[in-house]
Ligand binder design. Structure first.
Ligand code: HEM
Length: 389
C-alpha cells in the first residue's frame, strides 16, 4: 500500500478522491495527520452530523453489533470518550504495566521452550498469537480455559471495522460479536459475586462506587481491550521478526547488542505499522493544506503514509534500526492516542529479546502473505527455519 500513500502525498498530503469505496480525504502528510488526530473539529461520531434519514441502514442482525461498538471509547467523542477512557486509564499507568513484566517474560519463555528441538516454526501459531492473548486475558481476568474463544471474536471485530467489508460478511461477524457480548455479560455477573484483582473487577467496582458506567459500556470496553490489545500486538511482533529476517545485517547488530531491540520495535511501528489507517468525520468547514474541507466529509488518516513522510523521516522507505530519531503516528495522537502503547511496547521488546535469544540462524521458508485488510497490517503466517538455543 505504501506506493499509493507516497504517490498521494507527493500530489497533496491532503487529497480528495475515491478511497475505500467512499469519497473523501486521504491524509498522508505527517504534520497534517497529526493535526487531524488532535483537532476536535475531526470527530468519531459521524452520525451526529447527519439527519437520521441520511444515515446508512443496517439489518436487524447487524444492529446489536453496531450498538456494541457505539459503546466503545474508540468510537466516541468527548465527554463520553473522556469518561470511559479515564476509567480504564488507571490500569495502564507505566507503573502498572511494568508490573506485568515478569508474567510476560515467563509466558514468552514457556512458549519458546515448546519449540526446543524443532527446526521449522510458524511464528504466529507458535508464539506471536499466543503471547498477547495470554497477557490481555490475564489483565482483564478472563479464565484461561476461555482463551481459545477469543480468536474468532477478535477476527470478527477486525472484519467489522474494516473499511471494505460487504453486507453479507457484516451479518455473519455481527453474530460472533453478539456471542462475545453475551460471554462478557455472563462473566460480569460471575465477577459481581466473586470479584478478583483484575481490570474487569476494577470496572465493576467503579460502577459500584457510583462512577458513571453502565453494563453495556463495560462489555464494550472488555471487547475493545481484547481486540485492540491483541491483533495489533500479534502483528507488531510478527512484522518485527520478519523485518529482521529480511535484513540479516540488522539482525546481526541486534544479536551483538540487545539494547537495539527497542529501536527494532519503534522502527517496525514506523515501517510496517499494525494499524495502517483510521478515520474521522469533518465536523466544521475548514481549510487544511490549502484544501477546503466540508462538514460531513470523511477523512482517512493514513498512519502508514504519515510515517513515510520524508519531511519527518529521512530515507523513509528503508527499514533502518539505527536512525537518529524515529517519528511515527502508529499509536495515533490526540485524545484517542493508544491507551495500550506502554504495554504493546513492553510486549514487543520482551518478545523480540526472547526470539533473538532462542533462535540461531533463522531463515524464511517462504515469502509470507499479507492478510487482506485495509486497516490492519499483518501476515497470514510466517514460516521459518532455525535451530533453537
Ligand atoms: C487506540 C494502535 C496495542 C488499547 C489505538 C489507536 C491506534 C492504536 C492507532 C487509535 C485509533 C484511532 O485514533 O482511531 C495500536 C498498536 C498497538 C496497540 C499499533 C500494538 C502494537 C494496544 C494494546 C492495548 C490497546 C496492547 C490494550 C491492552 C487501545 C485502546 C484504544 C486504542 C483502548 C482506544 C483509545 C481511545 O479511543 O481513547 N491503538 N494499539 N492498544 N488502543 Fe491501541
Amino acid at each position: 500500500p505504501y506506493s499509493i500513500f507516497n504517490t498521494a502525498r507527493e500530489n497533496n498530503p491532503v487529497l480528495f478522491g475515491n478511497f475505500l469505496n467512499s469519497t473523501g480525504w486521504l491524509i498522508t502528510g505527517y504534520k497534517e495527520a497529526e493535526f487531524v488526530l488532535k483537532d476536535p473539529r475531526f470527530i468519531k461520531e459521524g452520525r451526529k452530523l447527519f439527519p437520521p434519514e441520511a444515515l446508512a441502514t443496517f439489518s436487524e442482525r447487524v444492529m446489536p453489533a453496531i450498538a456494541l461498538t457505539r459503546n466503545m471509547m474508540l468510537f466516541r467523542d468527548a465527554p463520553d470518550h473522556t469518561r470511559l477512557r479515564n476509567l480504564v486509564n488507571k490500569a495502564f499507568t507505566p507503573k502498572m504495566v511494568e508490573r506485568l513484566r515478569p508474567a510476560i517474560e515467563d509466558i514468552s519463555s514457556y512458549l519458546l521452550t515448546a519449540r526446543k528441538g524443532q527446526s521449522q516454526h510458524e511464528l504466529i501459531r507458535d508464539f506471536s498469537y499466543l503471547l498477547p492473548v495470554f497477557v490481555i486475558t490475564e489483565l482483564l481476568g478472563v479464565p484461561k480455559e476461555d482463551r481459545e474463544l477469543f480468536r474468532k471474536w477478535s477476527d470478527a471485530f477486525i472484519k467489522f471495522i474494516d473499511f471494505n467489508t460487504t453486507m453479507d460478511d457484516l451479518e455473519s461477524v455481527s453474530d460472533d460479536l453478539k456471542e462475545a457480548s453475551n460471554y462478557f455479560r455472563e462473566l460480569i455477573s460471575k465477577k459481581r459475586i466473586t470479584p478478583q484483582e483484575d481490570l474487569l473487577s476494577g470496572l465493576i467496582q467503579a460502577e459500584a462506587n457510583g462512577d458513571n458506567l453502565n453494563e453495556d459500556e463495560m462489555i464494550a470496553t472488555c471487547l475493545l481491550l481484547l481486540v485492540a490489545g491483541h491483533e495489533t500486538t500479534v502483528n507488531l511482533i510478527t512484522n518485527a521478526y520478519y523485518l529482521l529476517l529480511t535484513h540479516p545485517e540488522q539482525l546481526k547488530l541486534v544479536q551483538e547488542d540487545r539494547s537495539l531491540i527497542s529501536n527494532v520495535v519503534e522502527e517496525t511501528l514506523r515501517f510496517e505499522p499494525p494499524v495502517l489507517m483510521t478515520s474521522r468525520w469533518v465536523a466544521e468547514d475548514m481549510e487544511l493544506a490549502g484544501q477546503q474541507l466540508k462538514k460531513g466529509q470523511i477523512a482517512f488518516i493514513s498512519l502508514a503514509g504519515a510515517n513515510r513522510d520524508p519531511l519527518v523521516n529521512a530515507d523513509p522507505n528503508s527499514f533502518n534500526i539505527l536512525r537518529e530519531s524515529i517519528k511515527h503516528l502508529s499509536f495515533a495522537s490526540g485524545p484517542h492516542f493508544c491507551l495500550g502503547a506502554p504495554l504493546a511496547r513492553l510486549e514487543g521488546i520482551i518478545a523480540l529479546e526472547k526470539l533473538v535469544e532462542c533462535f540461531a540462524n533463522p531463515r524464511l521458508l517462504e515469502k509470507p502473505v499479507w492478510r487482506k485488510n485495509f486497516a490492519f497490517r499483518g501476515f497470514e503466517a510466517l514460516h521459518f527455519e532455525a535451530e533453537t538455543r
